[in-house]
Design a protein around this ligand. Sequence first.
Ligand SMILES: [Fe+2]
Ligand SMILES: [Fe+2]
Length: 337
Amino acid sequence: MCVREGAAVILPEPRGPLSADVVRALRADGEVRRDVEATDEEDFHLSLWLLYELHYRSFEGVDDSLEWSPPLLALRRALEEQFEAELRGACAPLVARAEQADGVPDQLAAIASFDSGTSLPLFLQREATRDQYLEFLVQRSLYHLKESDPQAWALPRLDGPAKVALAELQYDEFGGGRPERLHSRLFAEALAAAGLESSFGAYVNRVPSYTLAVNNAMSLFGLHRRLRGAAMGHLAAFEMTSSLPCRRLLQGADRLELPEAVGHYFDEHVEADAVHEHLASRGICGALVGAEPDLQSDVLFGAAACVHLDAVVAERMVDAWTHGQSTLLAEAGENVA
Ligand SMILES: [Fe+2]
Ligand SMILES: [Fe+2]
């Protein structure tokens, strides 16, 4: 099994005029045109994802100094304002309902227990074909190959018990002192064992906007100090909705007789995330709101954003599969069936 680490990410294919202009600007000096707008969700979220990735691994052939290019940052800001406003609108009902509970941990639990009516882990556990399960791994690769990186931006923005709890949680995610146990590495091994590409960004051209949006939300929250409450609320909801689903994903992988490394990744998260759930909800969010009460509504907003975007992903993927369609975008030049 071959796991490629640190391979350069190739700039993706544009999905419309805005992402085409961003790709062009990234290959040049960062000057974007001001008169170009995204034509649809695909064009919008790929553009935002491209701009965010400058802060992580960037792309082959792109000057590292473009991370702080004023025209690119101005465009990012405009896209973020639109995305954040949409998210806040979509999350308002969930947040209002959660606020009826007492205390941050119970409010987070109310959000985490939201049932959209479509469960992706349940589908993968019981019904998915092998190809559908592999599509799921491909879509998830965009996050899990840089697992926990977006939350790391929050560390210098926290202090005291919340900082200590986040460091403890991330120590696990980043391997607990052992490179071979980095969670991103475990996911890369799962991909490679399943015969898939294991380098970061290898599948970005196949991943639809609703999964890009999941990743963009984490970067939005992580890269803005003013959204540190949302970043930690998002993390809490992520961990609180992980342990039981990972058990289902493990059972799905076993049912389909996928290679052991696939089940191993999810097995690792059944127990780890049961611990992380408490660390994130009480240790991080409880302590953070205790220290900075004004952050409470953003903690709930971040948690609701996680649950809302996950529900969109579940609905879109299960809907496609039950109609016999692939959830992946066609590769350039490939005919869509
Ligand atoms: Fe993890
Ligand atoms: Fe975790």
